[in-house]
Design a binder for this molecule. Structure first.
Ligand code: NAD
Ligand code: 6OD
Length: 486
C-alpha cells in the first residue's frame, strides 16, 4: 500500500491526527494508496521550516550556486523519469504517450529554464541629476519575496507545480506546496529528489489535503506565508484572494477558461483539424487552455465538422501503458459526474450530438474507471450554459460564422480570457484578429506551443498576473530601489 506523507523540513512525516484519505486510479477505480491529510499543526510546521530555511543555508547561497542546484534537480527528475511517469499516469490515468512528451519533460525543464532566465536578468539603473551637480545613482535590487504558498491543480500535476516552484526557488524563495488531493504522487516524489540533490531542508515542503477547512485553507491563511500562487478554478481563486487580503499578501492566480478556436475559410484545413483535435481532446480535455468553443467560417463548416468527427472516431481509448492509446479517462468519478451533467445539459439545451455524448463500454476491467466519450455538439445558442461555462472535459461545440467582426464578438463574449486559437493562412488577418482577442495567450496556427520565456496568464476571470520568463519576477521578488547620492 502506497502512503503519501507530508514532506516537511526534508523529512516525510505522517499527520499527527492519523487522518488519511484514499487515492484512486481513474483508469479502473483501483486503490493507489492512502494520503495523509494535514491539519493546522503540519501546515504550521511546514511554513516555519520554510521561514527558517530562508535565512539559513538557502539564503546564503549565491545565485550561481542556486542555479546549479536547480539544474541538478532537473537532471535527477530526468534520471528518475520512469518513476515520475508511472506515478503521474497512475494518479491521472493519462496515457504514457502524452505524459512522456508533456508532463515529465516540462516538469524538469521548469527548473532549468527559470534558473537561467531569472539569473541573467538585469535590474534597472538611473543616474539622477542633483542641484549640487554631483548627482545620484539609483540601482534596482531584487530580493526573494519570502515563503511562497503554491496551490496546484490535478490536470498537469508535476508540470503546473514545478512551473511555480522553479521560478520561486530560482528567485531565492522557499515554498510550501499543497498539491491537488487527486494527484499527490509526483509532488511527494519530488521531495526525494530535493534531498538527493542536496537542496537544504525546509526549502521545498509539501502538505497534503483538501481546500476549505483543510490544508489549502490552513496554508493560505497562515500569517507567515508571504505570497500565494495558485492554479485552479476561478471560484477557488476568489477564496484564495480573500485569504490573501489579510496581511496584504501578494497573489498570482491562473484560473479557468472557456477558450475559443476560430477557423477561417482560408486556413490549411488539415492543420486546423489536427490542432483543434489536440486543443479539444488532449489530456481528455482537461487543459485550461483547451478549446471548448469552435467557430468555423461557413464555406468550410461542413468539411471541418466531417473531418473532426472522423478524427474523433479514431481516438484510441486505453490504459496509460498502451502505446496505441492517446485518450485516457477523466481524473475522477466526481469530475466525470460533472462532465456528464454537461453532456445531459447540452441535449436539454437543444444541441445536436454529432459524436459521443455518453460513457464508452471499456469492458469489465475498466468500466469502473472515469471514462467518457469524446464529444462534439452543434446547434446550441450563444447563451446556452454549455457555451458559457467551463466544462473541462473532452468536448467542444462547433458553430458557423459569416464575418470577421461577428466572430471576434462571439469569441470575446465570455467571462473568461485565458487563450484563443486562430486558424488562417493570412498573416494580416491573424494579427488583426489576435490583437482584438480579450485573452492572455493567442495562438495562430498552433496550440499549446510554449516558449517558457514568454508571459503566461489570463485576462478577465481567467486570472491575475503573469508568470513565465522574467514576468514572474514581479511576483516572486521584492524590488527595492537603492538611491546613492554621489
Ligand atoms: P480547484 O480550484 O478545484 O483546485 C485547485 C487547488 O486548490 C487544489 O489543490 C485544491 O485542493 C485547492 N483548493 C480548493 N479550495 C481551496 C481553498 N478554499 N483554499 C485553498 N486551496 C483550495 O481546481 P482543479 O479542479 O484542481 O483544476 C481544474 C481547474 O483549474 C479548471 O478550472 C482549470 O481551468 C483550472 N486551471 C487553470 C490553469 C491556468 O493556468 N489558468 C491551469 C490548469 C488548470
Ligand atoms: O505550459 C505552461 O506553462 C502552463 N502553465 C500550462 C497550463 C495548462 C493548463 O492546464
Amino acid at each position: 500500500m502506497n502512503e503519501f506523507k507530508h514532506f516537511i523540513n526534508g523529512e516525510y512525516v505522517a499527520s499527527a491526527s492519523g487522518k488519511t484519505f484514499d487515492s484512486r486510479c481513474p483508469v479502473d477505480n483501483s486503490l493507489i494508496g492512502r494520503v495523509h491529510e494535514a491539519g493546522r499543526d503540519e501546515v504550521d510546521a511546514a511554513v516555519r521550516a520554510a521561514r527558517a530555511a530562508l535565512k539559513g543555508p538557502w539564503g546564503k547561497l549565491t545565485q550561481a550556486q542556486r542555479t546549479a542546484l536547480l539544474h541538478k534537480v532537473a537532471n535527477r527528475i530526468n534520471e528518475r523519469f520512469d518513476e515520475f511517469l508511472e506515478a503521474e499516469c497512475r494518479d491521472t490515468g493519462k496515457p504514457y504517450s502524452i505524459a512522456s512528451h508533456i508532463d515529465i519533460p516540462r516538469g524538469a525543464a521548469n527548473f532549468t529554464a527559470f534558473a537561467e532566465t531569472l539569473a541573467n536578468h538585469p535590474t534597472e539603473g538611473f543616474r539622477l541629476d542633483t542641484p549640487d551637480g554631483k548627482g545620484a545613482l539609483n540601482v534596482g535590487h531584487r530580493s526573494p519575496k519570502g515563503v511562497i504558498a503554491v496551490i496546484s491543480p490535478w490536470n498537469l500535476p508535476l508540470l503546473l507545480m514545478t512551473w511555480k516552484v522553479g521560478p520561486a526557488l530560482a528567485c531565492g524563495n522557499t515554498v510550501v506546496v499543497k498539491p491537488s488531493e487527486e494527484t499527490p504522487a509526483t509532488t511527494t516524489l519530488l521531495g526525494e529528489v530535493m534531498n538527493e540533490c542536496g537542496v537544504p531542508p525546509g526549502v521545498f515542503n509539501v502538505v497534503h489535503g483538501f481546500g476549505p477547512d483543510s490544508a489549502g485553507e490552513f496554508l493560505t491563511t497562515h500569517p507567515l506565508v508571504d505570497a500565494i500562487t495558485f492554479t485552479g478554478e476561478t471560484r477557488t481563486g476568489e477564496a484564495i484572494m480573500k485569504a490573501a487580503a489579510v496581511g496584504l499578501r501578494n497573489i498570482s492566480l491562473e484560473c479557468g477558461g472557456k477558450n475559443p478556436g476560430i477557423v477561417f475559410a482560408d486556413c490549411d484545413l488539415e492543420k486546423a483539424v489536427e490542432g483543434t483535435m489536440r486543443s479539444a481532446f488532449v489530456n481528455c480535455g482537461q487543459v485550461c487552455l483547451g478549446t471548448e468553443r469552435v467557430y468555423v467560417e461557413r464555406p468550410i463548416f461542413d468539411a471541418f465538422l466531417t473531418r473532426m468527427k472522423e478524427e474523433v472516431a479514431k481516438l484510441k481509448l486505453g490504459r496509460p501503458q498502451d502505446p496505441q492509446a492517446n485518450f485516457g479517462p477523466l481524473v475522477s468519478q466526481e469530475h466525470r459526474d460533472k462532465v456528464l451533467s454537461y453532456y445531459q445539459l447540452a441535449v436539454e439545451e437543444g444541441a445536436t450530438v454529432e459524436i459521443g455524448g455518453g460513457i464508452p463500454d471499456m469492458g469489465p476491467e475498466l468500466n469502473g474507471g472515469a471514462w467518457v466519450e469524446p464529444t462534439i455538439w452543434t446547434g446550441l445558442s450563444d447563451d446556452a450554459r454549455v457555451i458559457r461555462e467551463e466544462i473541462f472535459g473532452p468536448c467542444c461545440h462547433i458553430r458557423p460564422f459569416d464575418r470577421e467582426e461577428e466572430v471576434i464578438a462571439l469569441a470575446n463574449d465570455t467571462d473568461y480570457g485565458l487563450a484563443a486559437a486562430i486558424w488562417t493562412e493570412s498573416s494580416s488577418r491573424a494579427v488583426r484578429v489576435a490583437e482584438q482577442m480579450e485573452a492572455g495567450i493567442v495562438w495562430v496556427n498552433s496550440w499549446f506551443l510554449r516558449d517558457l520565456r514568454t508571459a503566461f496568464g489570463g485576462a478577465k476571470q481567467s486570472g491575475i498576473g503573469r508568470e513565465g520568463g522574467v514576468h514572474g519576477l514581479e511576483f516572486y521578488t521584492e524590488l527595492k530601489n537603492i538611491c546613492i547620492k554621489l
